[in-house]
Every structure is written in C-alpha cells, then in structure tokens.
Design a protein around this ligand. Structure first.
Ligand code: NAP
Ligand code: ZN
Length: 360
C-alpha cells in the first residue's frame, strides 16, 4: 500500500492544501525527504500567491493532482545544507521559485534553460526525482537541490521581494530573449496584476516607454503615479484604443483569462511582437490578418532558467525593484484567492508564513 503523505518521508512538514477543485485550502500534515548531500533545507518566511496557484487549486488546466500545496515564490533561511553544497551555508537568506528539478544533462540544462528541460519538475503539483510528490511553499519548510536555490540579494526585502521568484523572472526573461530592452521603445503591458505590475517596473528600469492595457479604469491612477507607467489604456474604451493603433513595438500579455488578441495585435507597429505569458484555461483565437499584414509575431515564454533568475534578482536589487504587496496571514488565503479571481489585489498577495502558519 502507498504510504500517506504524512509518513512517506522522515521530515515532518505542516502546510495548507487544496483537496479538490473547489480550491478551498485547509491545514495539511505531510512530509519531505531528509536533506540530501546536494540539498538545502529552507525554513520558509514568505510565499507569494501567483495566479498559477489559483489555476492549479481550481484544476483550470485539468491536471491538478490533489492534495495540492501551492506556492512557488518562496523566501526563507537555509537551515541545513548537504555536504556537497558549495553555494550556500546555514543561515543564508535564499529563494526558491517555480522549478525544483531537471535532468541537469540535456541540451536545455546545458544552456542554463532548466525551465525547458523535458524532465523539469515544478515546485508543486509535480513528481520529484525520487518519484514522490512535490509540495509548494504554503508550508513551513522545503528541501531543494542547490541548483534550484537562489541567493537572495541583501537589499531585497523578503516579503515584497518574494514575488520576483515567479512574476519577476517570467517578465524579465522574455524581455531579454525577444530583444525588448531597447531604451525608448514602446511596450504595452496587458493585464495589471502580479506579473503585469512587475513588468512595468522592470521595463522602466530598461528605459522603455510603458503603456498599461487594462480591462477597467480602476488601476489607472496608481499605474501612473506609483508604478511609473507612462500611459494607461482601457480595452473597453473604443476611442482611445483606436487612437493607439500601430503605436507599440512590443506587448507582454499577462492576462489570465480568455481574451481577444485582435485588439492587442492592432496596437502593434509593423514587425511588432506580442509575447503571451498568461495561461488561460482555454485556447485563444489567433487572428491571421493583423499578423500577416503587419509582419507581426506572437511568442511565448515560461519563467526562466536558474542563472537568469539569479541575474534578474540582482538586477531588481540594483534598481530597487520589488512587488507592491498585500501581506496576509495563512488563514486568510481563501478570501485572498477569491479576490485574486476578481483581479482585486494590488498587486500581489504574500503570505507571512513564518508568523502565521501554526500546526494545530
Ligand atoms: P493576476 O495577478 O491575476 O493578473 C492577471 C491580470 O489579468 C489581472 O490583474 C487583470 O488585469 C487581467 N485579467 C484577469 N481576468 C481578465 C479578464 N477576464 N479579461 C481581461 N483581463 C483580465 O495573475 P498573475 O499572477 O499576474 O498571472 C497571470 C497569468 O500568467 C496567469 O494565467 C498565470 O498562470 C500565468 N503565469 C505564467 C507564467 C509563465 O511562465 N508564462 C508564470 C506565472 C504566471 P487588469 O485588472 O489590468 O485588467
Ligand atoms: Zn507563478
């Protein structure tokens, strides 16, 4: 008989899990492997709440494997390091993001693109190298191979820095890969949520002109005054949308729900690029006319490799880029998820794990 999550490993862990597609989270006792020779055990301080956590607890993509302990924007303290661990020592402040495993020998891994390794394993809702299930950061500790642990720069706060481990790298990597960093070029950011607001800040640090493309006017003032965007477009305002046609060099699309690409493609100049990062539960329609007639391009991007994630953290530390957060206690997670589903968060919930997660 298969062992229970609580007894399959020696290291006892407490967290919060969703048990079914209602997505409701509740206390959960489970276990993790003992710290191995290449591992770092991390006492979790803070964990961001990504929309992927919400998609997964609700089984939006159809492959959730319950119980699910979400959480992949983890900042904590290394409490144990294995004998082969060279990058970290006990007491270091570290980060863990979206992936915690890969084959470490394929073409992608050799190019520091572990995120595209066919055997890459996600931090939660996945199976790890030892064949047992991975559980995420809504929990008191996590055990991770050192390759997938990040050095957390000194001047980055642990709470508002945590979202960089997913939201930050997810927007930074495509800006670099698709050549979207040239100062003075015009970037549209569709969807002003966790990913979108960090995209605005990183793009400003690269010297881009940034327009937020949002579904309502609610976030307009803050987008300009607090986040530093240059302008704000509401997709339901036909006059302003019309006036903005053909004005953008690139668009980063972070919208989490099914939406029309046609108006977004229209905003691009000839040769413009739309990079899709959001993962709506159903496919989007790809209109051919604006693509073909304007030699435009639609691409995608999945988080980033470990080397680039470290580079992004160091970049954000240098430019004082953090997320704007609403700090919550663990037992506030279900109402936070309800608000996240309504795009009602400014702009990332972060769980104060160490101060609010207490085993019964
Ligand atoms: P989020 O904080 O919920 O932000 C998504 C934003 O999309 C919302 O704030 C809202 O912006 C807009 N939006 C939501 N529903 C909409 C609708 N029905 N119509 C139009 N706009 C809508 O989510 P997030 O954490 O930034 O994640 C965004 C998406 O990226 C999710 O699908 C997530 O799974 C995915 N993701 C992908 C990667 C990757 O590696 N590619 C990594 C992380 C997350 P406005 O209020 O401005 O309209
Ligand atoms: Zn995420």
């Amino acid at each position: 008989m298969a062992k229970s999550p609580e007894t399959e490993h020696p290291n006892k862990v407490f967290g919060w899990a969703a048990r079914d597609k209602s997505g409701v989270l509740s206390p959960f006792n489970f276990s993790r492997r003992d710290n191995g020779e290449n591992d770092v055990t991390v006492k979790i301080l803070f964990c961001g709440v990504c929309h992927t956590d919400l998609h997964t607890v609700k089984n939006d993509w159809g492959y959730s494997y319950y119980p699910v302990v979400p959480g992949h924007e983890i900042v904590g303290i290394a409490t144990k390091v294995g004998k082969n661990v060279t990058k970290f020592k006990e007491g270091d402040r570290v980060g863990v993001g979206v992936i915690t495993g890969s084959c470490q020998s394929c073409e992608s891994c050799d190019q520091d693109l572990e995120n595209y390794c066919p055997q890459m394993s996600f931090t939660y809702n996945a199976i790890g190298a030892d064949g047992t299930k991975n559980y995420g950061g809504y929990s008191d500790n996590i055990v991770v191979d050192q390759r997938f642990v990040l050095r957390f720069p000194e001047n980055l706060p642990s709470d508002s820095g945590a979202p960089l481990l997913c939201a930050g790298i997810t927007v930074y990597s495509p800006m670099k890969y698709y050549g979207m960093t040239e100062a003075g070029k015009h970037l549209g950011v569709a969807g002003l949520g966790g990913l979108g607001h960090v995209a605005v800040k990183i793009a400003k640090a690269f010297g881009l002109k940034v327009t937020v493309i949002s579904s309502s006017p609610k976030k307009e003032e803050e987008a300009i005054t607090q986040l530093g965007a240059d302008s704000f477009l509401v997709t339901t305002d036909p006059q302003k949308m019309q006036a903005a046609i053909g004005t953008m060099d690139y668009i980063i699309d972070t919208v989490s729900a099914v939406h029309a690409l046609y108006p977004l493609l229209g905003l691009l100049k000839v040769n413009g690029k739309l990079i899709a990062l959001g993962l709506p539960e159903k496919p989007l329609e790809l209109p051919m006319f604006p693509l073909v007639l304007g030699r435009k391009m639609v691409g995608g991007s999945d988080i980033g490799g470990m080397k680039e994630t470290q580079e992004m953290l160091d970049f954000c530390a240098k430019h004082n880029i953090t997320a704007d957060i609403e700090l919550i206690k663990m037992d506030e997670i279900n109402s936070a998820m309800e608000r996240l589903a309504k795009s009602d968060v400014k702009y990332r919930f972060v769980i104060d794990v160490a101060n609010s997660l207490s085993p019964p």
